[in-house]
Ligand binder design. Structure first.
Ligand code: SF4
Ligand code: SF4
Length: 329
């Protein structure tokens, strides 16, 4: 994505004219947006603006569209190897800034260092990103204003009642908007919305030995992995070979994995490096706030709140970090 300098200037498009934007976007791929399926709000294929549910945050992330849960890396038939050569073109519409930044996080690991991840690159190059700015936090679990998010999108929509203020954030976004010939709408900027949940510090390296507090979270943890499945920046995977019994054919598969599972760090000989729930629980938070920024100079958490919203025991790790920070004051 060739990004543009951020500007608050934009264009205006009436909500009754959204079909014009969607028609233009269809040239960039299949439209995927937040649709309520009766049970879940999730990113799904849609064709009309009226099908979208633009209130609330999708329960599941959009990561399955650029980092599928199951990815064939290659298949072999005894004579040759074949790999996926074609990747879909898709428009992810209505992504919140937390989920847009999550894609920037994935880019850091999979694209911005060598070797690039071949399949991730294929999916990612086919994506067009259309953001929807949050005027207010979506629920009590959002804490994006604590996480230093950036303007990262091809296009971003700001709801102004009966119309959207629209900005381009990349050359591709600018190209799409030029085709629509919209009216200029001057400058318009919105602060990040702030809710009840706030992270009082991200400098948690100093809390490594505060195990009594970490244990409050760990003892509620079921090691179910929901937090990592729902997290838009969790990208741990396992690689397995699935081979026919006569060894003539098979696949090499990449599958989502989770650092919350005990066998994630199981190595030959039966040793498990993170054998306790306490170690695994702490590791997940340290990866987001300490280890990833040490390597990539940005936080791995974007404050979407899914890891708490979707946790069956609602473990509030933000509250635990705030408690430890309070004790150090
Ligand atoms: S979702 Fe909650 S219970 Fe499940 S592994 Fe994550 S922290 Fe533990
Ligand atoms: S760690 Fe939790 S709040 Fe942060 S990006 Fe992942 S799911 Fe969202």
């Amino acid at each position: 994505m060739n990004r543009l300098q951020h500007s608050s200037d934009g264009l205006a498009l009436g909500k009754d004219q959204m079909h014009r934007l969607l028609d233009a976007l269809k040239e960039y791929g299949e439209l995927i947006g937040p649709v309520h399926d009766g049970q879940w709000l999730r990113m799904q294929t849609f064709s009309k603006y009226e099908e979208l549910c633009l209130k609330g945050i999708s329960w599941f992330t959009s990561k399955e569209y650029f980092f599928p849960q199951r990815q064939v890396l290659f298949q072999f038939d005894g004579h040759s190897l074949t790999r996926q050569e074609e990747f879909p073109k898709r428009v992810l519409f209505g992504l919140r800034l937390c989920d847009l930044n999550a894609i920037a996080v994935n880019d850091k690991l999979f694209l911005e260092q060598e070797p690039q991840h071949r399949e991730y690159k294929g999916y990612r190059e086919g994506l067009t990103l259309v953001g929807l700015w949050c005027d207010e936090v979506q629920d009590k679990y959002c804490f994006c204003s604590s996480m230093e998010l950036e303007h990262f999108y091809d296009i971003c929509l700001y709801d102004r009642g009966d119309y959207y203020h629209i900005k381009a954030g990349s050359e591709k976004g600018q190209e799409i908007l030029e085709k629509l010939q919209l009216l200029p709408n001057g400058p318009y900027e919105k602060e990040f919305p702030t809710g009840e949940m706030k992270l009082s510090t991200k400098d948690i390296a100093k809390f490594f030995d505060k195990n009594q507090v970490w244990q409050k979270g760990a003892k509620e943890c079921l090691s179910c992995g929901d937090c990592t499945t729902l997290c838009p920046t969790c990208m741990c995977f396992d690689v397995q070979d699935e081979v026919e019994v006569d060894l003539t054919k098979g696949f090499r598969i990449q599958k989502w994995d989770s650092c919350m599972y005990k066998d994630f760090t199981l190595v030959a000989g039966g040793h498990v490096y993170r054998n306790t729930r306490l170690n695994r629980f702490k590791h997940r938070i340290y990866h987001k706030l300490v280890y990833f920024p040490q390597k990539f100079e940005r936080y791995m958490c974007t404050g979407c709140g899914r890891c708490i919203r979707g946790c069956p025991t609602k473990i509030d790790w933000i509250g635990l970090v705030n408690e430890m920070e309070g004790e150090t004051q």
